[in-house]
Design a protein around this ligand. Sequence first.
Ligand SMILES: [Zn+2]
Length: 368
Amino acid sequence: MASDTLSLSAFYHQFPKADLHYHLLGGVRLETMLAFADKYGVDLPEQEAKCYYRAYQHEGSVVKGGIEALTFLYQLMREPEDYYRVLTEVAEDAHACGVRYIETFWNPSDTALSYATVTDTLAQAIEDVEQRLGLIVRLIPSINREKSPEEAVDMVNAMIAYPHPYVLGIGIDYKEHNAPVEHFWKAYALAQSHGLRTTAHCSEFGLHWRNVETGVELIHVDRIDHGYTLIDNPELTALYAQHGIPFTVIPSNTYYFKLWPEHEQWAMNHPIRTMAKAGLNIIPCTDDWHIHDTTSANCYRVMVEDFGFDLDSLRQMLINSIEACWMPEELKQQWLTEWTTDFDRLRGTLAAEPVIAPHKLIQYCRAR
Ligand SMILES: [Zn+2]
């Protein structure tokens, strides 16, 4: 390969990206988890810590999920400086993958620290990394739906009492099974009445498509996180494709790995392919970066190599991510020009475009 050409791997790392579905604590490195345990005298052998990280889970017999990892980390991180460290490392890892913008979730109800303290600390880290790396991070406090709807209202009240320009909206995450988004209507209505943007994890874990419908029709969220089972309702899928409702989708979503352990079956059957074919507004994201052993570069690599999207599709998803983010319109227009220019320039230096099997190829277009 000539030295002035780019490998596909380098391309996935270098083109500009926005990650709109990133759980801050999902990006805690293994060594950082161990350092926190050491700092607070928590007995955590390395083998036990590895149970939370998909990269190492083959080494042991115990496997812990993403939600368990986040719950454990919130208990482990006891001082503001821990949040500073995590956000800084998250930004460094993302920057190495070409990420220029992150909207990150964190759960105020899960820490003993005050909302204002954590917000100030994260804001300081955001300013420092922006100055050093040029990467921009913004915050989405998120409802832990395993707790009560009243605690969710408390969270929003804390946000209203301490507004911050880096805090753009609210989300909801954790286990959805007994906690559909409508239980939290009051927190959402309160947030919206104070000008906050909204997103919600809906229809994750194979749960019914009505959770997406409720999120859109009743709660009026700006975005849906996951939303895969919407495809079980083709009429609603077509309608939401027409309306351009943004869906942050996660190629490394654990549920579908479990549903189809065989690689090719997983890749061909994944709802992301069907969502794309229906013209939905999809945005590939990472969810839990280190915990789920993925990166932003890997996320887009999977879209091509496993799901069969061509590079024009990736370019459209990149545009989707900018359009769906919650930054000022003027800046978004600037990013659209700059980022697509960079994407096209880098693509022009590729040694070769990816080769995709015809039975797998998807040329993604959004419904208009
Ligand atoms: Zn998530």
